[in-house]
Design a protein. Structure first.
Length: 141
């Protein structure tokens, strides 16, 4: 599961812009075979008085915290390519709109994750492909 927490100034995103942003994030992972429902994007409006960068209020900063649980990038080259691709994705929704953006990725151990009481199926398994086709968790044996 990728969990995206997007902290942003009030009014930075309309409902349609949020959907577009979340859809692009979802598509990023779906192209690698992750079930679309794994991707959760949460938008948090933060007033400038409560969003301090360098100790000063900021009304133009977006801070994104991404938690990767379903997949981990072990290879340094892959990590660099992934970070670059995420940076380009985020730029379309931040820098290209005049907003400053900072992000980081945490990798949570996969064995500490469940959905509807089910441990997610193994990466690349038929059960994971079933979850992707159904776009929901399905009991598997």
């Amino acid at each position: 599961m990728p969990l995206w927490q997007v902290y942003h100034p009030p009014g930075a995103y309309s409902d349609e812009q949020k959907r577009s942003f979340a859809e692009e994030a979802t598509g990023f992972y779906a192209r690698f075979g992750l079930p679309r429902f794994y991707v959760v994007t949460l938008f948090h409006e933060v007033a400038p008085a409560s969003f301090l960068v360098g100790g000063r209020p900021s009304g133009d900063t977006v801070r994104v915290v991404i938690e990767h649980i379903a997949r981990h990038a072990e290879d340094p080259g892959l990590r660099e390519r992934m970070t670059g691709a995420l940076g380009r994705l985020l730029a379309r929704h931040t820098q290209e709109r005049g907003l400053h953006c900072e992000f980081h990725v945490d990798e949570t151990p996969r064995d500490l994750w469940m959905i509807d009481g089910l441990a997610p199926p193994a990466t690349g398994s038929e059960a994971e492909r079933l979850w992707a086709r159904e776009n929901r968790p399905v009991p598997y044996g």
